[in-house]
Design a protein around this ligand. Sequence first.
Ligand code: HEC
Length: 148
Amino acid sequence: MRGLLLSVLVLGFACSKNNEPPPPSSGVPGAKPESGPRGQPARPVGTNTGTAMTGDERAAALFGQLCQTCHGPNGDGNGPVAASLPVRPRNYTDPAWQASVTDEQIKEIIVKGGAAVGKNAMMPGNPNLATDPDELNGLVKIIRGFKK
Ligand code: HEC
């Protein structure tokens, strides 16, 4: 356990060294990077795995990649996949729905998935989030934020 903790710390440290801002660019498409002859090749956009993201940022990324395909970018349950689901996801903008669930219930279905809580199995589980309370809280904030 101690060894695992140590390697996690070491990994975290190694990652934080990667946190420098990208080299400045002129903003002109196709322009040469202005980082000089010895400059490092620019990192491709969207592969910032070396940067430490906050729980809220990880939650926003996950929602944008996964959750919104069913729940909709506005949380209204009208994502691109929603029409083909056997059960339509709830409309998170509805104040009555917001009042009907606790944060704990929201977290439980996100971690365990629909089937585990007696709801539709199309709602996937995210067991990795059981050990990431910051990201889980970030998702709850996003869902609560859809309320009209
Ligand atoms: C493949 C489609 C799909 C994806 C992807 C998905 N969901 Fe769901 N989700 C559903 C469906 C369908 C339900 C409704 C289940 C039911 O009511 O029986 C649901 C239900 C829920 C509920 C419970 C709402 C209620 O009725 O109380 C929450 C909270 C939720 N999803 C959050 C998320 C989050 C956060 C993500 C991303 C990590 C996500 N979902 C990804 C389909 C999906």
